[in-house]
Design a protein around this ligand. Sequence first.
Ligand code: TRP
Ligand code: SF4
Length: 400
Amino acid sequence: MYAERVLSGMRPTGSLHLGHYHGVLKNWVKLQHEYPCLFFVADWHALTTSYDDPRGIEKAAWEMVIDWLAAGVDPTKATLFVQSQVIEHAELHLLLSMMTPLGWLERVPTYKDQQQKLSTKDLSTYGFLGYPLLMSSDILIYRADKVPVGEDQVPHVEFTRELARRFNHMYGREPGFEDKAKEAVKKLGSKNARSFEHFRKRFQQEGDAGAIERAKALLDETPSLLLEDRERLLGYVEGTGKMILVEPGALLTEASKMPGLDGQKMSKSYNNTITLREDEASVVQKIRRMPTDPARVKRTDPGNPEKCPVWQLHEVYSDEPCKAWVQQGCRSAGIGCLECKQPVIDGILREQAPMRERAQTYLDNPGLVKDIIADGSAKARTLAQETMRDVREVMGLSYR
Ligand code: TRP
Ligand code: SF4
């Protein structure tokens, strides 16, 4: 058996921000101590939407990896790699495409949504339609059991589960399948069991399709047969192989509580971010300029923290005494807004200090980052090749 494996990927979008840190990265840092983890740069995924302008990908990829390392993702614990350096993903994508119903892809909710959202771009491409299938290949090639993703990606993991099920049904079977199938045969009653075995052999030795039909008819004569036994026997009579692809589960990443500078969700597209390693002076300036409760026009006007985005940052960065100080001071006009913002500034700078320090090592020596990715990609490739051997075999491609 294999150890439970965690896999997740991120498109190379360039510098990450504190929203990514509080949502995704802290979670990765935790997971790397609990499971064997694989984290990768989904650069092919970036091409599904920016195929017309691929120049930014390389820079964005390295910046993003440095941010992962800065956040505390540890390359001696987790395997970090770049998707396009493990070309086996592409082979699995191709092979799975043979058995993926077009309708499944068209029904993935992000397909039409994104096409509408990014309406300035022509996304009526083959690659864009196949995006969820590429993601399935990323997951299935490592036999990953757990896939930490945000809510928007959950349908893709569900799609992957269905695909693995279809694949295994078509080409594989569960562990202990043989024994379970034999037990199930007995449930047909001794006479039908004998006939069933007879038809099964006829089909497997002579490819007699009529024998399959007659074996199936025997199943219908046993209405008490459990559905799972019926499915086993259907696989048994057709003589499929072992379980090849593992059905993954989504590990829902809790949405980040980190608000943006305007109180909305922190997001590059809202232009309200603080980057992971943002310059200290810039952090100070951004927080100082943050809007506050609009009711506090003058210093002497009392305010309400519930109506102020700065309060949401206190929720992330401040301890209870500090939060009580804000509540009391704001409502009584006892403190000014700049005063109130200082503990937030301190909190952010304190959080960023070790990240900046870790990143500096890599910025001074970019070769280190390249080595980490080269090593990680080699490790990932070894795992991917194991799966591909099995997939090629059951898909009739292991001849030379
Ligand atoms: N599609 C994911 C996103 O846009 C990135 C991704 C690609 C991914 N392949 C993956 C995530 C495999 C988890 C597992 O966020
Ligand atoms: Fe917001 Fe603090 Fe000013 Fe109150 S005192 S309005 S919580 S910044």
